[in-house]
Design a protein around this ligand. Structure first.
Ligand SMILES: Cc1ncc(COP(=O)(O)O)c(C=O)c1O
Length: 411
């Protein structure tokens, strides 16, 4: 089987230097830039890879909650996967019908549980019996017919030492609990763990997961996560959607039952569709090492040094074939604060950079803006969408007034 690698040639900048400059001139720096066309292509390829006819794709918006991007997922027929009530709120604002939202979060209090149910979400996967019980207690009786309840699976031999989910030996109690109030337990939710690149890590466990789902007498749907990796390093192998999709389709089809399949990709769908542009504001050398200061920080993109992630950083200097031969130097890309972990990249191999040069931090579409914060008291960047040869603002840049939001100043 020919496998489709969903990553781009990540040693080159994702667009021209002229466009990068135009975007920074128009919208300022730093700037999140999303490629809507590429996102559409990725959605189409993932969708095509899982040909099982009863498949429902639900984008995991924990990775990115920008409404304009959520609308793109919607336009391709995907629904939304929610980890939190906030995910649901954003999804509804983006126009998803509550029936297209799957909730599989954790630890809602009573008010939040009621809120989620009142929003009309119909598929809910719980990660503890206590949450299932709470749902059964507060579920309005008129909603009973429309609701699909499932459990998140905790299976140490596959999911490792995870706090999430319910063990198969607890299923009997869960079934009793739902039956008591006249409801069915019809779903099993499996989550492999975020950022799993090895395709076999998913394909090898399909049979086990199905066998466990079959322990539910009213089994109607299988939610297979989440967790599909994205390689980030240009020389790493990508998760193979085609192999995964073919194997999953084959196994579920062979059951000969009308089982709905839910797939909720997060990072694998959106990571590669965005770039964070920043500008060089200072350059200094420590021996052979180049220290490049840029106008962004780990508060804008917390993944690299704070969470141990890695993102390729490229500049237009390497890409410009006409420029005179240059050498590459070990380079740290340093954020614009003195926080000791404020590195966007360490030990990158980059040419000599100058003040004003633009750097492109690649593959920041997932857990990028979504995990940005006001730590270090810098307002958040703007977000821009490239689509059909044009660009438009999809989130305004914050200014310092945001730092006063909700502060009580008059006492
Ligand atoms: C249940 C569930 N589904 C999907 C996701 C998205 O994960 P990923 O980005 O690894 O696909 C998450 C992330 O936390 C999750 O908890």
């Amino acid at each position: 089987m020919v496998s489709n690698n969903l990553t781009q040639n990540r040693l080159n900048p994702p667009f021209s230097r002229e466009l990068a400059q135009e975007l920074l001139n128009n919208y300022g720096s730093p700037l999140y830039v999303y490629n809507g066309d590429r996102l559409g292509e990725t959605i189409k390829r993932i969708t095509k890879a899982v040909s099982y006819p009863r498949t429902q794709f639900r984008f995991a918006s924990v990775t990115n909650g920008n409404i304009a991007l959520l609308k793109i997922f919607r336009s391709f027929g995907w629904g939304l996967h929610a980890n939190t009530p906030g995910d649901i709120y954003l999804g509804l604002q983006a126009g998803f019908d509550p029936s297209e939202v799957v909730y599989s979060g954790s630890n809602l209090n009573r008010t939040e549980m009621l809120q989620v149910l009142n929003w009309g979400v119909t598929t809910l996967n719980f990660d503890s019996l206590a949450q299932l019980q709470l749902c059964c207690e507060v579920l309005p009786r008129r909603r009973e017919k429309s609701i699909r309840l499932g459990l998140r699976l905790n299976l140490p031999e596959i999911t490792g030492d995870s706090r999430i989910g319910v063990r198969p030996e607890e299923f009997a109690d869960a079934i009793a609990l739902t039956n008591e109030v006249g409801l069915k337990l019809s779903g099993l939710h499996f989550y492999r763990g975020t950022g799993t690149n090895a395709t076999a890590a998913f394909t090898q466990v399909i049979d086990t997961v199905i066998a466990i789902a079959q322990q539910l007498p009213d089994w109607e749907y299988l939610d297979f996560g989440g967790g599909f990796g994205y390689p980030y390093h240009h020389n790493k192998t990508a998760f193979d959607w085609e192999i995964f999709g073919a194997e999953l389709t084959e196994r579920i089809t062979s059951l000969g039952q009308k089982i709905d399949l839910v797939i909720e990709p997060g990072r694998s769908a959106i990571a590669g569709c965005a770039t964070l542009l920043a500008q060089v504001v200072s350059v200094k050398w420590q021996g052979e090492k180049q220290l490049v200061g840029v106008d962004t920080s780990v508060a804008n993109l917390s993944v690299p040094s704070v969470h141990g992630g890695y993102r390729e950083i490229v500049t237009w200097k390497q890409a410009d074939k006409s420029s005179i031969p240059y050498s590459l130097f070990t380079t740290d890309i340093c954020g614009n604060t003195t926080y000791s972990r404020d590195y966007l990249g360490k030990n990158c191999q980059l040419p000599v950079l100058e003040i004003g040069d633009i750097v492109a931090i690649l593959d920041v579409g997932a857990y990028g803006y979504a995990m940005s914060s006001h730590f270090l008291h810098r307002p958040k960047p703007a977000e821009v969408l490239l689509e059909n040869g044009t660009h438009r603002l999809i989130r305004r840049r914050e200014d310092y007034s945001v730092l006063l939001t909700n502060q009580v100043l008059d006492n």
